[in-house]
Design a protein around this ligand. Structure first.
Ligand SMILES: [Zn+2]
Length: 64
C-alpha cells in the first residue's frame, strides 16, 4: 500500500491563496454616469495577480 503521496501534478503551482482567481473586481458602491457599477480591481497579494506561484528551483531529494 503506498504511503500518503503529496499531490505533485504539473498544475500544483496554482496560487493557494487565491486558488487561481488572482484578480477580482470589487464594487465600491454607486454607479457611474453610464449606470455601471463602479469597481476596482484587486489583485492577489501573494501572486501579484498571476494566479500561479513562481516556479522554484528547489530540488527535493536531489540525488548526488
Ligand atoms: Zn494568488
Amino acid at each position: 500500500m503506498p504511503a500518503a503521496v503529496p499531490a505533485t501534478t504539473r498544475n500544483a503551482r496554482i496560487c493557494p491563496n487565491c486558488d487561481g482567481f488572482a484578480a477580482v473586481a470589487v464594487t465600491i458602491g454607486g454607479r457611474d454616469t453610464r449606470g455601471r457599477l463602479r469597481t476596482i480591481t484587486a489583485h492577489c497579494p501573494a501572486c501579484q495577480g498571476l494566479g500561479t506561484l513562481p516556479v522554484r528551483r528547489v530540488r527535493e531529494g536531489a540525488r548526488a
